[in-house]
Design a protein around this ligand. Structure first.
Ligand SMILES: [Cu+2]
Length: 261
């Protein structure tokens, strides 16, 4: 099923939940195909059956049975049960179901703050100490979009990729991206990971995925945000856990959050 969708132009998929979403997309399209063929057949049958030559005088009595009313009522009840009983509770569970930390720094989900700005994406990791440095709104600027207080001890090792600098994530490990914006509303979209989340000033909204293929992936902005919207592209690379540990340590030592002084 997923293969057919890829042939039809869906982007390559590279996260654990991607195939479930793709299957859902495929089933919706199949259902639409069945409806399209069914209604087209009904239309053709009606054209032939009720043609003028076979029905020289109109029947003014119309339908006597109440069957179609009952059928429509039944469909409405089934749809309401599906929506209220299944779709809404399942979705509420899916969005709240953030991967939990177990205390193992090698396998715990990686928290990344993602900050959209006209017209770039920025990323902020806690660094090897697993503690985000102090952040204050008065410190925030184009160069320090996360408002990191450089003097704070916990900030010294923070890993920060600003001005569109690509960041890295380890393959097979959950990433929790907390998405925000420092100016207008943007939208953090990574097609290959099948995640899309609006970036709203003053809010930090989590979106999570488990990347399962090594490679480079584009971040795009899916919300018209100004004259540079079309060039608001970011990038991250999914690498092996060993390569990621090395990158994380090197990047942390190379300045980290302490470099905003
Ligand atoms: Cu944008």
């Amino acid at each position: 099923m997923t293969k057919i969708l890829e042939m039809l132009g869906l982007p390559a998929s590279a996260s654990n939940h991607a195939s479930a979403l793709d299957d859902f997309t495929a089933y919706v399209h199949l259902l639409m195909l069945v409806l399209f063929v069914g209604w087209l057949a009904y239309y053709l049958i009606a054209l032939v059956k009720f043609r003028k030559a076979a029905n020289p005088s109109a029947n003014h009595a119309g339908v006597k049975s109440n069957m179609s009313t009952y059928l429509e009522g039944g469909v409405a009840v089934i749809e309401a049960v599906l929506l209220i009983g299944f779709a809404i509770p399942l979705w509420a569970h899916a969005v709240d179901d953030l991967p939990a930390a177990t205390g193992n720094p090698k396998t715990d989900p990686i928290e990344v703050q993602i900050m959209g700005m006209q017209f770039k994406w920025n990323a902020h990791f806690a660094g090897p100490d697993n503690k985000f440095g102090k952040q204050e709104i008065k410190e925030a600027s184009q160069g320090n979009p996360f408002g990191i207080v450089a003097a704070d001890a916990a900030a010294k090792d923070d890993v920060v990729c600003v001005a569109g600098e690509p960041f890295k994530l380890p393959v097979g490990r959950a990433a929790v991206c907390r998405v925000s914006s420092m100016d207008v509303i943007h939208c953090f979209k990574v097609g290959a990971m099948r995640v899309t989340q609006d970036a709203i000033p003053g809010m930090s909204i989590p979106v999570h995925f488990v990347p399962n293929k090594v490679g480079k992936y584009a971040i795009t902005c899916a919300q018209l945000c100004g004259s540079g919207h079309s060039v608001m592209r970011g990038e991250f690379e999914v690498v092996s856990p060993e390569d990621w540990e090395k990158w994380y340590a090197d990047k942390s030592k190379a300045g980290g959050g302490g470099s905003f002084e």
